[in-house]
Design a protein around this ligand. Structure first.
Ligand SMILES: CCCCCCCCCCCCC/C=C/[C@@H](O)[C@H](COP(=O)(O)O)NC(=O)CCCCCCCCCCCCCCC
Ligand SMILES: Nc1ncnc2c1ncn2[C@@H]1O[C@H](COP(=O)(O)OP(=O)(O)O)[C@@H](O)[C@H]1O
Ligand SMILES: [Ca+2]
Length: 472
């Protein structure tokens, strides 16, 4: 139930109650529906209304005051309109009060959250925008929480304090994969209803460091090579809107650059689940519950796991903290990844032909397994490091020089003179849609650090039969 309102019958014969409630619709969408109860005895009617209101008021998981940030420039620049027309009226109906901030510049929301007075008077934060805007919000919120709890947010070894404020995402960006992968659809009304009913979904957050210096947090995709290059190229084409990713995607597919480097990772031992599982992370996921519990009890256990190292030439290195499902790929980059199990799926795409890379890409859009190819490796990890070949340690470099002295010198020349048309030595990291300033990184997962107003994707009934209320 969203809310209830009473009305006098027009002919004065008793009273009517209109109950607004959530109705499930196709493809994980939710809608606001209305049912009217009438009674000739006004006292009985009033009793119904009071009871429902009391029940709603005592429900502590439902938010009453929300802090809303709108990015007016995300996606198709419709954030403000979407919020005002589709979301605000529902919040009003549900009796939720809001403080709304329309951002004026990049990082406005992040900086505001870091310093906002009386943050504790809110029950949650709402982000109207895309993955980049969501990233701003978590950077503000996580930083603020650590300072308030006396934890050093810059130290890579610190156990971070979980954030108590939940975050709601109203999708108004270009990819919106965090919304899609936690709700099942990118629909502002559905997201608003998940906020109103007070849903809660924990989410893992990865911290990214360079030489013990904090760079950023990530919740969806950390991608080097292909996805890094697509993002770098697409930023110059923001005027194209969300289509910029398809354009740059095709361009970088044709460019076909591969990058050399070393990946080392700490496998996620002792947990259940693998990246090749057929079971997916769904509402109330038992794997997330089990692994989350395990991690909170035995932190020293996985300290004993051994680091493994892989050197090679890669078209892409993708670290998916969640499935990264989005409208472009409804099953996502790592279909069996979990939202809150404390692990990342590390996907290595080794150098291969354009034809083979296309086969891999196309499988993101069909039911075929994108990992079932000889040049793909996937590992479930808790921590990983990456070093591009050209900034390895001196001893590594000496080894490389002995191996291939001439190439080393030539690639340096190429880096200084990019016009020579030779392949670049470095890509960049795409961190939830933002470019990282460093290529050598150390990544660590913080299990269930934040919470969303969502419940994970719901298991669909075998037949999505909307005429049968029992089936939904
Ligand atoms: C040929 C079809 C290939 C389809 C492959 C699709 C895989 C898509 C997986 C996308 C994972 C996205 C993970 C999320 C990233 C976002 O954080 C991030 C920021 O989002 P925001 O703008 O909302 O703030 N978004 C992105 O980095 C965008 C990545 C989009 C990649 C699109 C790639 C398209 C590839 C097209 C290849 C075309 C080859 C055609 C050859 C004939
Ligand atoms: N008022 C603003 N002006 C310009 N940029 C902004 C503003 N508010 C937020 N941003 C930035 O816009 C970028 C893209 O936002 P996002 O909502 O993710 O849209 P998209 O999905 O289209 O990339 C983010 O990096 C965010 O920091
Ligand atoms: Ca995870």
């Amino acid at each position: 139930i969203i809310s209830v309102r009473e009305e006098e019958e027009e002919n004065g014969s008793g009273q009517r109650d209109d109950v607004l409630y959530v109705e499930r619709s196709r493809q994980y969408r939710w809608r606001c529906a209305e049912v009217t109860f009438a009674c000739s005895d006004e006292a009985v009617c009033q009793h119904w209304v009071n009871n429902i209101r009391e029940l709603l008021a005592t429900n502590t998981s439902r938010p009453k005051h929300l802090l809303v940030y709108i990015n007016p420039y995300g996606g198709k620049r419709q954030g403000k309109r979407i919020y005002e027309q589709k979301v605000a009226p529902l919040f009003t109906l549900a009796g939720i009060s809001t403080s709304v901030i329309v951002t004026e510049y990049a990082n406005h929301a992040r900086d505001h959250l870091r310093t906002a007075a009386e943050l504790e008077k809110f029950d949650g934060v709402v982000c109207v925008g895309g993955d980049g805007m969501f990233s701003e919000i978590i950077h503000g919120l996580i930083w603020r929480t650590q300072i308030d709890c006396g934890v050093d947010p810059n130290c890579p070894e610190e156990a971070l304090s979980p954030c108590s404020l939940r975050i709601g995402i109203i999708p108004a960006g270009s990819t919106d994969c965090i919304c899609f992968a936690t709700v099942g659809t990118n629909d502002p009304v559905t997201s608003a209803l998940h906020i109103i009913v007070g849903d809660s979904q924990a989410l893992d957050v990865s911290s990214v460091h360079h030489n013990n210096m904090f760079l950023r947090y990530s919740v969806s995709l950390l991608g080097y090579g292909f996805y890094g290059d697509v993002l770098t190229d697409s930023e110059r084409k923001r005027w194209m809107g969300p289509a910029r990713y398809d354009f740059s995607g095709l361009k970088m597919f044709l460019t076909h650059h591969c990058y050399e480097g070393t990946v080392s990772y700490l496998p996620a031992g002792g947990i259940i689940g693998t990246p090749r599982d057929a079971t997916k992370c769904r509402s109330g996921c038992v794997i997330c519950q089990h692994n989350g519990q395990l991690l909170s009890e035995r932190t020293e256990k996985y300290e004993m796991d051994e680091w493994r190292t892989i050197r090679g030439k890669f078209l892409a290195i993708n670290a998916a903290s969640m499935s990264c499902a989005c409208p472009r790929s409804p099953k996502g980059l790592s279909p069996a990844a979990h939202l809150a199990d404390g692990t990342i799926d590390l996907i290595l795409v080794r150098k291969c032909s354009r034809f083979n890379f296309l086969r891999h890409l196309l499988r993101h859009t069909s039911k075929d397994d994108q990992f079932d190819l000889t040049f793909i490796e996937v590992h479930r990890v808790r921590r990983f490091r990456f070093t591009p070949r050209h900034c390895q340690s001196d001893s590594d470099l000496e080894l490389d020089l002995q191996e291939n002295g001439k190439r080393q010198i030539f690639s340096q020349i190429c880096k200084d003179h990019p016009a020579c048309g030779c392949a670049p030595a470095y890509s960049s990291w795409n961190c939830d849609g933002e470019i990282l300033t460093h290529t050598a990184i150390d990544v660590r997962v913080h299990c269930q650090l934040i919470k969303l107003f969502a419940r994970g994707i719901e298991e669909l009934p075998v037949f999505e039969d909307l005429t049968n209320p029992c089936a939904i």
